[in-house]
Write a protein that binds this ligand. Sequence first.
Ligand code: ADP
Length: 829
Amino acid sequence: MAASKPQMKIAVLTSGGDSAGMNAVVRAVVRIGIIKGCETYIIREGYEGLVRGNTHSQDTKPLCKTEFTLDYQVAIPQVIDNLRFGYGSLLKNGEGDIDEQGIATTKTLKGKYIVRVGWDDVRSWLSEGGTLIGTARSKTFRTHEGRLAAARNLVLEGINALVVCGGDGSLTGADVFRQEWPELISTLLKNGSITSEDANAYAHLKIVGLVGSIDNDMALTDLTIGAPTALQRICEAIDNINSTAISHSRAFVLEVMGRHCGWLALLAAVSGGADYLFIPEKPPSDPWEEDMCQVIQQHRAAGKRKTLVIVAEGAHDASLNPIRAEQVKTVLSERLGLDSRVTTLGHTQRGGRPVAWDRILPTLQGVEAVNALLEATPSTPSYMIGMRENKIIRIPLVEAVNMTRAVAQAINEKDFEKAMSLRDPEFIEILGAFKATSLLDDSFKLPADKRLRIAIMHPKSLLWLRASDSVGAPAGGMNAATRAAARYCIGRGHTPLAIHNGFRGLLDDKIDVLSWLRVDSWMSRGGSELGTNRTQPDVSLGAVATQFQKHEFDALFLIGGFEAFTSLKILEEARVHYPAFHIPMVHLPATISNNVPLTEFSLGCDTSLNSLVDACDAIKQSASASRNRVFVVETQGGKCGYIATMGALAAGAVLVYTPEDGINLDVLRNDVAFLKTRFSIDIKGEAEGRLVVRNEQSSKIYTTEVISEIFKEEGHILFDSRHASLGHTLQGGIPSPLDRARAVRLSMKCMAFIESQAAKLAKQPEKKRRATSDSAAVITIQGSLIVFTPVREMLQYADMKNRRGTGTWWSGMKDLVEVFGGRTALIPS
Ligand code: ADP
């Protein structure tokens, strides 16, 4: 196929500290770049590789470029033109070497730092931790000479667009490079290193930054690539420490990474149920020793058998004197007599396989990075790709870099208020939530007449549905939300009433008061501590109302999925008949199916995605071991394809089937054609296993087994097929830290909602209180907003028959699965 002139020659590099998800960035940039008609390159060892360039010109030829004679037309020929250059497995399994400057490199690629890569060279990179193309801290790039060499190498290789993935240092470097570029080009022209044609052709450098940093320390973006995985590693360590801490009644001081940013420490403290926290942005009140001992003494007096203190690496007191984990330990041992230990997690925080979100985020951001480069003109700024709530955004690189520096500067100037104000609102909210759920004192208490009896329930089944209609499962984060609500209630003087076993339990008087200590370990517990009741017989609303009255509920907090939503709807509609329901009622969506209307996320879906990705990684490995195999994996999710689609994107599946789109013969025929094409262009004997994800309710006829059989039959000698159902494993064991933190944050907001609605109601005469419809609401995440939507309004966004929302933000992700899987490129639609 004749290659046309590439749109752009894009190179991608990873720099600074490594983070999980960097490989997903490279994969995304390479594949989307190719789809858009670009040539794609990787630069090894970060800026150092850019400075060194390719010293041996004879080595710059591709190792292999398989030629194909295809007797049919493919949709996007560039993919065939750029299928592989032979460096993928070298980068993955390359023999290491240390060069004269102490930089670790790959022996086989000695002297070659700018390498052309193709579609298959980045195959299976999603699940790899760290960065396969290497990273380094380059002193040379900090110098003008270094950057001059870097500019020359880019021009010599014909590269006119650069993607840099790294932390604030690396992006500062990118910004410096961008600013200096015109001067670098004119110097290169003057000293004869490049021609005047080159100087004209490369007058403008297109550059875009992606934030790969485990610390989540970049301003103007909510989440950096690698931070969710690092947090996961920390929380796994905390969960492990907790059991030994309880056994010996010990105190543990855990030091986590974060020089100028306390995000990891804060999120770990919230998700891990820590007792005390030290972060750089908000030093404790002086003297910290006394403050900490007082808090921990209160916790011990309440009966806690363990103590956990989290210290960010860059923690200090208000005078900027560092606070080290060892110091904290000494204070705990000497002043409180606690058997105390220090655990420094160090590099384990960086490592390991990326969690689902560290595959999805870099994939989406990689797409946006290539788009930004293609749209760049000399007059547009260079962008950093970020994320705000649930939106991928472009931010001028220079602004993000300056703002990030401003936080560090504010801390250095002891202006902690300013440092906090420069952090995103979520950071501030989560810090507030940590205090509200960990402190055990009277400073937050409301006056006696404002205190409420708040009922908390995990309803799972609809009040009036038959048992067979009741689907769903406990979702990760339900217990964390309950713990947060109970602790908040206790802090405010409210009474948190736990209703066990849903509405059945309510009728059976299975109600008790939650204590501060009882919920202590609930952060990390999967399942539902309050229990749910699947087989719900018809119950009378009158009996429910009687129980509301008997137990004097002032408010109801429902944590659950579509059933909780429907229950709320029914209770709200029944207000006309039952005064007992004229109380504030709020529903916090928690379901792995993520099928509650309007909200973009439910508690539990992050945990579930992680379980899916874990299972798919294992399956894919086994499929690869047996080579030419297609594995059809079935997921839960009811009539909602969220988990299947996002799971497929995160696991690198080539196809996904959802109930929303259904399956028909035409779809299957094209999918078979795609799989045949795909396997036929693999190197013989080196085909890899491929994954297809199917939601359990995508089709009544084309079941997982049937699809697998069709693939097997049609695959002939090219490939065979197996299938597996993930079933209940997707409910996840231990909730993910992101689910736990989200649970705490949203639960706090629900409590504030209840208080404000109760205050409105309290203005009416006691016996005649009539709640307005906005007092029965669902807390929903909509783009960058968190909105309490009255349950009545929710109905217009609900598809009650299929038990899901009518519109979904993630529907375009199915297309993306097909783009990254190669389906879009190979089969004309
Ligand atoms: P991180 O990107 O993880 O914050 P560093 O701060 O070590 O890591 O930065 C990584 C690399 O970025 C440095 O080794 C250097 O090559 C480059 N870099 C950082 N700051 C600058 C700068 N001001 N000018 C030029 N290059 C820089």
